[in-house]
Design a protein around this ligand. Sequence first.
Ligand SMILES: C[S@@+](CC[C@H](N)C(=O)[O-])C[C@H]1O[C@@H](n2cnc3c(N)ncnc32)[C@H](O)[C@@H]1O
Length: 217
Amino acid sequence: MILLSSAAAGMDRHYRYQRFVYDLTRRHYLLGRDTLIGGLVPPDGGSVLEIGCGTARNLIHAARRYPDVRLFGIDISAAMLETAGKHVAAAGLAGRIRLAQDDATTFDTEATFGIGRFDRIFISYALSMIPGWHDVLDRAAGGLAPQGSLHVVDFGRCEGLPRLARSALYAWLGWFSVTPRQDLGGVVQATAARHDLDAFFTPLYRGYAAYAVLTRR
Ligand SMILES: C[S@@+](CC[C@H](N)C(=O)[O-])C[C@H]1O[C@@H](n2cnc3c(N)ncnc32)[C@H](O)[C@@H]1O
């Protein structure tokens, strides 16, 4: 709990003011989020969890796209969750989207939501901000229902971009405590193997972003 408090306080400081302009500004550079939402295709009546849900932008888009599912979001930042709650209420989706504070590296959805397994779990641009990101993937993979899938989008290796553009982007991201995970593809494969899942991994936008789907067989 002490660890949750200190990590949570850090994220609260980080997003204290940014959360008010987050959705407007991030739409231009958190690329691939709508690709991820389009690929979720949860079963009717299913459950969808976002880990590191921020302002609930993705949850709201997913709720509109898939009107027959229940959605859940966890985030470590109480400040972000306050903004998320307002957005969900303003969208008229408070009956379908539930939010809770939890640490992605140790989360326990049985305790927070009374649900241990989800049909779809997704993580959008959060792994690059979480030092223990391997644990996040591991816990998420373990939280999949039969035929469930885990979807991830984040910054990529920029392999198709000019070296200068990549250096400038990474330096700028550093100001926001963001570290693109160079070995995301390898860790996704290893996580899939440990949990007996099929893994799909591809760069998007010349490697600006990386997209992965792990599916329970
Ligand atoms: C860049 S934002 C992405 C928000 C949202 N997923 C999106 O795509 O717009 C990263 C989010 O991860 C959350 N976060 C950071 N560390 C976390 C942790 N250890 N556990 C849960 N959430 C965390 C932050 O509070 C923030 O809301």
